[in-house]
Design a protein around this ligand. Structure first.
Ligand code: SAM
Length: 284
């Protein structure tokens, strides 16, 4: 039984970083006419009402999208991402936050394909209500790690995978690695975006190191790692201090975009003086 609901966290600092990277990757993919397939292995509900009791419980979005919603001095990539979020809030007040499937819906072209996997029955139902009838789209209430196999390689041999588990179960770290390795065996050119939480445990660091090594041995264009630490440890050993993403076969535009954006973003999102970011990259 899965307890995690993304509605509690929608629009938080981790969503901001993840969706900033995600939207820029999709922008890059759309620069060539040739179609591509986007596979979202852990899709969530698709979109979230910020007035809901879930989102209001800890109001995490206030320390995420809420910190930049009214800013006018936006770096171009943040302006682009905010412009997409604004399409869900046409009256100008921040009431809704799009998940990765709805951002994809805005950025995919007619010729592109969308594959969405979500295990939780309630979130799957919501996802199906919004995107179930979308053309060129397949939704399944199934394990996204396993489903990935059947989707790679994509027919057009251009593909992006967003792997965004909740890490509610510790085995997710191992499953991510296994799915990435198998995915690259089937399709070494896949652009794979893996999100991870920055928590005070060994697993995230081990995962990042292993993903880098996997990209070096099996990928075609190396890797990029970005991490944003926004909160100080509170002494309990629990809590999320920040989050990061490893992008395998990253578009070349990603590193300069992040270098131009993260100094601004960390000032906007940082909750303590030591807030910081890391950008690492290794090309091939
Ligand atoms: N990608 C979404 C976004 O950016 O808007 C958020 C996804 S949320 C962090 C993770 C989701 O994965 C949850 O909705 C959870 O129910 C779902 N989930 C957990 N294990 C799964 C699995 N093995 N396969 C597919 N979905 C899973």
């Amino acid at each position: 039984m899965l307890a995690y609901r993304h509605a509690f966290h929608a629009g938080n600092h981790a969503d901001v970083l993840k969706h900033l990277v995600f939207t820029q990757v999709l922008r890059y993919m759309a620069e060539k006419d040739k179609p591509y397939t986007l596979i979202d292995t852990h899709a969530g509900a698709g979109a979230y009402a910020l007035a809901s009791s879930y989102a209001q419980k800890h109001a995490e979005y206030l320390d995420g999208i809420g910190r930049i919603w009214e800013r006018k001095d936006l770096p171009p990539a943040v302006a682009d991402y905010l412009d997409l979020v604004q399409k869900f809030n046409i009256e100008g007040t921040l009431k809704h936050y799009p998940g990765s499937p709805m951002l994809a819906d805005l950025l995919l072209r007619e010729q592109d394909r969308l594959r969405l996997y979500e295990l939780h029955s309630s979130d799957f139902r919501l996802l199906n209500e919004t995107l179930g009838l979308r053309p060129n789209t397949q939704l399944k209430q199934t394990d996204g790690f396993a489903a990935l196999r059947a989707d790679l390689p994509p027919p057009s041999r251009r593909g992006v995978v967003l792997m965004d588990p909740s890490y509610e179960v510790k085995t997710d770290y191992q499953k991510v690695l296994g799915a990435v390795r198998e995915g690259l065996e089937r399709f070494a050119e896949a652009v794979i975006i893996v999100w991870y939480p920055q928590v005070q445990r060994l697993e995230p660091k081990e995962l990042v190191d292993r993903l880098k090594a996997t990209a070096n041995s099996q990928g075609k264009k190396g890797w990029l790692h970005v991490r944003m630490t926004v909160a100080a440890p509170d002494g309990s050993g629990f809590g999320m201090l920040g989050s990061g993403l490893v992008v395998i076969n990253p578009p070349f535009v990603l590193k300069p975009m992040l270098e131009a954006t993260l100094p601004w973003l960390i000032k906007a999102m940082g909750q303590f003086d030591g807030a910081n970011f890391v950008i690492e990259h290794q090309g091939r």
